[in-house]
Design a protein around this ligand. Structure first.
Ligand code: NBP
Length: 477
């Protein structure tokens, strides 16, 4: 017998993905650099389905039916190139290499180009949902050729998460690096979501005076409404957890320095290159790096802050409701920025990405899965050329209703000296976008003054320069 699919790289993700394929009735060839990992998989889970254990690259390739479908789940970066170099010479035109690791989309574009010359389809695929998702159904974001999706799509649809309406959380995102690009932005949005939730928590704690257990209850309530999402749900779990060693809230015994693996940073780096303002995501990345500067924070603890003024119990309840509004409004802005980046990437690289389809496949399986994504999909369904999520009528109305509370929350945070970079950046983006006039006009004047960079006028076509060092008359540029 031959395998319909093979997985090489059997750490947590690859192992669970291989099991997911097998549980769905596919025969799966399994391979790992260190053979014992492959053996362990077959020993432990061999009864879940049909596995073919391959000890060498040659055995692995020989075990696959043609055209071959070979999934790589190794550490992103050099290991991925090493594995490609090992397998590509053994493959034939028409075969597919599916890279499910967290590759940078630029690497994926390069690999796709190189392999295409040899007739091999390289399918850079974003996979979200962590270990559990890989086993029970992740959200899957494949790039690569249309042809490869025709062969691969039905299998991916089978193993993927399903949204509440039963739709599989996978779509052909677009050519070459489109899938990994969208996965990158997914992670950027995930950073922003987590930062906003963190700020809401800090406000409920420091301004409203609630305990972690009380805040967990507030998040549980929020999770029954429009904020219904995986991240809100697990936030309540984490906040209600008590450390068994000390009896303290778990959140109080964890070192408050957030780590990161890089996809959030990439999202911001690429946004800078594309000229897309993703200020909320950037603040989330910066907030993590700020938290990690222990020495800097130690040196700054004595800096002056405002006098704390605790809220009364009844004020606290009303404040919590306002925080929900602020969180929701800021979340709309994060997604607006993230989808803008996807649209810009799609334009730059000719990917023709369907934004509605992207929101649709994020409804299940992935870390940012949320009821909210249904709303985003409806917005793009109603108007596929929507210039921005904020121009959707429903979102605009919701923000209109939330904005007073949103502003009040940021004022309260500022008065109490609680940092809310995510909430503030989101509001600043909103206010800047809707502004009749921006100080950018002054910026242009300054640039023309010191560098003769020229400016355009509101009342006439063309570029102009003012003779700042002379009689200050205006000349056409
Ligand atoms: P790791 O990222 O920890 O990678 C371990 C695997 O890479 C092992 O199978 C290891 O083989 C193999 N490997 C390495 Br390291 N260097 C190799 C080389 N030069 N040649 C061949 N194999 C090599 O595993 P993971 O956490 O399961 O993640 C796999 C991929 O999925 C990564 O790209 C990750 O970014 C991505 N991802 C992870 C998650 C998550 O939640 N963890 C979610 C979504 C995506 P060995 O056993 O012989 O050392």
């Amino acid at each position: 017998t031959s395998a319909q699919i093979g997985v090489t790289g059997l750490a947590v993700m690859g192992r669970n993905l291989a099991r997911n394929f097998a549980r769905n009735g596919y025969t799966v060839a399994v391979h790992n650099r260190t053979v014992s990992r492959a053996q362990a998989l077959v020993e432990e889970f061999g009864d879940e389905g049909d596995f073919i254990l391959a000890e060498t690259a040659k055995e692995f390739v020989a075990a696959l039916e043609r055209p071959r479908r070979l999934v790589i789940m190794v550490k992103a970066g050099d290991p991925t190139d090493a594995v490609i170099q090992e397998f590509a010479p053994l493959l034939e035109p028409g075969d597919m290499i599916i890279d499910g690791g967290n590759a940078h989309f630029a690497d994926t574009r390069r690999r796709e180009r190189e392999l295409r010359e040899r007739g091999i389809h390289f399918v850079g695929t974003g996979i979200s949902g962590g270990e559990e998702g890989a086993l029970h159904g992740p959200s899957i974001m494949p790039g690569g050729s249309k042809e490869s999706y025709e062969s691969l799509g039905p299998m991916l649809e089978k193993i993927s998460a399903k949204a509440k309406d039963g739709a599989p959380c996978v779509t052909h995102v677009g050519p070459d690096g489109a899938g990994h690009f969208v996965k990158m932005v997914h992670n950027g949005i995930e950073y922003a979501d987590m930062q906003l939730i963190g700020e809401a928590y800090q406000l409920l704690r420091d301004v409203a005076g609630y305990s972690p257990a009380q805040i967990a209850d507030i998040f549980r309530t929020w999770n029954t409404g429009r904020l219904d999402s995986y991240l809100i749900e697990i936030t309540a779990e984490v906040l209600s957890h008590v450390d068994s060693a000390t009896g303290k809230p778990f959140v109080d015994v964890v070192v408050d320095q957030a780590e990161q693996k890089g996809t959030g940073r990439w999202t911001v780096q690429i946004a800078l290159d594309l000229g897309v303002p993703v200020s909320g995501i950037a603040e989330a990345v910066f907030a993590r790096s700020l938290s990690g500067h222990a020495a800097l924070r130690d040196a700054s603890r004595g800096l002056a802050g405002p006098k704390p003024a605790a809220l009364s119990e009844s004020e606290a309840g009303a404040f919590a409701d306002r925080v929900e509004q602020a969180l929701y409004a800021s979340k709309i802005v994060s997604y607006t920025q993230g989808f803008h980046e996807i649209a810009a990437g799609s334009e730059e690289y000719d990917w023709d990405i369907d934004l509605g389809a992207v929101s649709s496949i994020w409804r299940g399986g992935c870390i940012i899965r949320a009821a909210f994504l249904d709303r985003i999909r409806s917005a793009y369904d109603a108007r596929p050329d929507l210039p921005s999520l904020l121009s959707d009528e429903t979102f605009a109305q919701e923000i209109a209703q939330a904005q007073d509370d949103w502003r009040e929350v940021i004022i309260a945070a500022t008065r109490q000296g609680v940092a809310v970079p995510g909430f503030s950046a989101a509001l600043a983006y909103y206010d800047a976008l809707r502004a009749e006039r921006l100080p950018a006009a002054l910026t242009q004047g300054q640039r023309d003054f010191f560098g003769a960079h020229t400016y355009r006028r509101v009342d006439r076509e063309g570029a102009f320069h003012t003779l700042w060092g002379g009689d200050r008359s205006e000349v056409p540029a």
